[in-house]
Design a protein around this ligand. Sequence first.
Ligand SMILES: NC(=O)c1ccc[n+]([C@@H]2O[C@H](COP(=O)([O-])OP(=O)(O)OC[C@H]3O[C@@H](n4cnc5c(N)ncnc54)[C@H](OP(=O)(O)O)[C@@H]3O)[C@@H](O)[C@H]2O)c1
Length: 269
Amino acid sequence: MEQRTLGKTGLQVPVVGMGTWRTFDVRGAAAEKNARMVVDTALAVGSNFFDSSPMYGEAERVLGEALQGRRNLAIVATKVWTSELDEAQRQVQYALEIFDNYIDLYQIHNLVNWRENLALLERLRDAGQVKAIGATHYASAYFPDLRRVMETGRITAIQIPYNPLQREVEREILPLAQDLDLGVVVMRPFAQGELMRHKPSERDLEPLRRFGVTTWGQALLKWVLSDPRCHVAIPATSRAERIKENAAAGEPPWFGPEERAYVARLARA
Ligand SMILES: NC(=O)c1ccc[n+]([C@@H]2O[C@H](COP(=O)([O-])OP(=O)(O)OC[C@H]3O[C@@H](n4cnc5c(N)ncnc54)[C@H](OP(=O)(O)O)[C@@H]3O)[C@@H](O)[C@H]2O)c1
């Protein structure tokens, strides 16, 4: 799996990591065993960047338990998501407990109460409990706000949506991230599964085979990762076999402009 430096955070990340929204918000022995299998597979194939949030119900707990005894093998990105300072402190305490007192990338989820939450995360970073601080937003209407936070110089990474149906980040966010040398984590590479509803045929994928692409999911991940401003894509899946499939997209050769345009056309078809 190709590794990239997550901008100024200095973290070395695999280009394909994993999200946990919905897929890890589970309870009960069978579902939690399955989540552990997903994590086992991710670690085995080098997809060791995991993104979570207190917004995702049980996800932080389930991920933390799946990483028990091997937290050091993982790069953990999670988030603070509240406008109440007390609650923010509670979220942080909980995450630190679950992830062995260390968070690699702590993000302000959807910019909620960003000034206070940023100050809180800076204190944790200065105390050595957090390596890097980032900010996320899923909605392009908030990109002007995200830009302002990027321009403070106080964060070193962002998390944004990017796929052939959602390209708004190309206008200002990705160029600014590049200028500021910020790490870029890509959420929703499959548009929350929307892009999986109508998969192109085997024949449509034929021109992409020489890039190592055998499935539509791999074509979409390569589309994202062929933009060198993107460092790690975090598709979510509840199926261990798809972790392998997605991870296989994390190797060169990367697409050029023609292949990217071709995949974008397939996505709109
Ligand atoms: N504001 C924020 O900070 C924010 C917002 C949204 C998302 N995120 C993060 O980004 C992560 C990813 O976004 P997302 O979960 O919304 O959407 P996504 O990764 O674009 O799509 C997830 C869906 O794709 C399916 N899938 C995964 N691999 C597949 C494959 N190879 N072939 C076919 N289907 C596949 C999964 O279903 P199966 O389970 O059946 O495989 C799941 O339903 C989240 O989990 C979360 O960590 C952050």
